[in-house]
Design a protein around this ligand. Structure first.
Ligand code: ADP
Length: 228
């Protein structure tokens, strides 16, 4: 089973402990949300799991693989981890069509042309953007761009999906339906997902478990029912 395990994870900037000695296990197929106010360390934790940022100390394991261990010096770069990520900083490629944007993770994995076409169509349908394949990102709304980013993140069926406020560009009404839809995708594909939000309602609606963060620490961990 591909469990994600964080052991005593810390990331410090000088004497600011952005993430302060966090330990957490995320089970395969689980939807876990990191919930807390701005600046509490959610994005730093997610970036450490993605490999975008090197922690100061601790251990990160996924299944049988050690992704980071400060003591042994092990650090797997993001491309070796192969996780699906939707981060604000991971923008779409503006000079590539929607189709090529979504296809890119498959091209990098040497998936055949015919199989790529099939999977890209499937992913675009999943995010409700069939027929948008030939457009460029600049020709889409912010919310549509977020959905393309999501299609790109799930198209290769990643073993772990990392989502940092992925619905932030949607208006309130769309956001509501997008939650249901995203949760359905995750369940349908059986993906393990870690979701970052400051929105309590969103966390309660979507998560199997919620880790409430304050000042770099997990202060509460439980099901939405337990947290509420
Ligand atoms: P959140 O995602 O919960 O809003 P972050 O993980 O982005 O919080 O930030 C946690 C803390 O770490 C904040 O106090 C932030 O100012 C600090 N921080 C994040 N990145 C850096 C950086 N590159 N340099 C210095 N401090 C940082």
């Amino acid at each position: 089973m591909n469990k994600l395990v964080l052991e005593n994870l810390t990331k410090s900037y000088g004497d600011v402990h952005a993430v302060n000695d966090i330990s957490l296990t995320v089970e395969q197929g689980e939807f876990l949300t990191l919930l807390g106010p701005s600046g509490c360390g959610k994005s730093t934790t997610l970036a450490a799991i993605a490999g975008l940022d090197r922690p100061t100390s601790g251990v990160i394991r996924f299944g049988d693989h050690v992704l980071f261990d400060e003591v042994t010096g092990q650090f797997a770069p993001p491309e070796k981890r192969g996780f699906g990520v939707v981060f604000q900083s991971y923008a779409l490629w503006p000079h590539l069509t929607v189709e090529r944007n979504v296809s890119m993770p498959l091209e990098l994995r040497k998936v055949s042309r015919a199989e790529r076409a099939r999977r890209v169509d499937e992913a675009l349908e999943l995010v409700g953007l069939s027929g948008f394949g030939k457009r460029y990102p600049g020709e889409l709304s912010g919310g549509q761009q977020q959905r393309v980013a999501l299609a790109r993140a799930v198209v290769f069926r990643p073993p772990l999906l990392l989502l940092d406020e992925p619905l932030s560009n949607l208006d309130a009404q769309l956001r509501q339906s997008a939650r249901v839809w995203l949760k359905e995708i995750q369940r349908e594909l059986g993906l393990t997902a870690i979701y970052v939000t400051h929105d309590q309602e969103e966390a309660l609606a979507m998560s199997d478990r919620i880790a409430v963060m304050r000042a770099g620490k997990i202060v509460q961990l439980g099901t939405p029912k337990e947290i509420y």
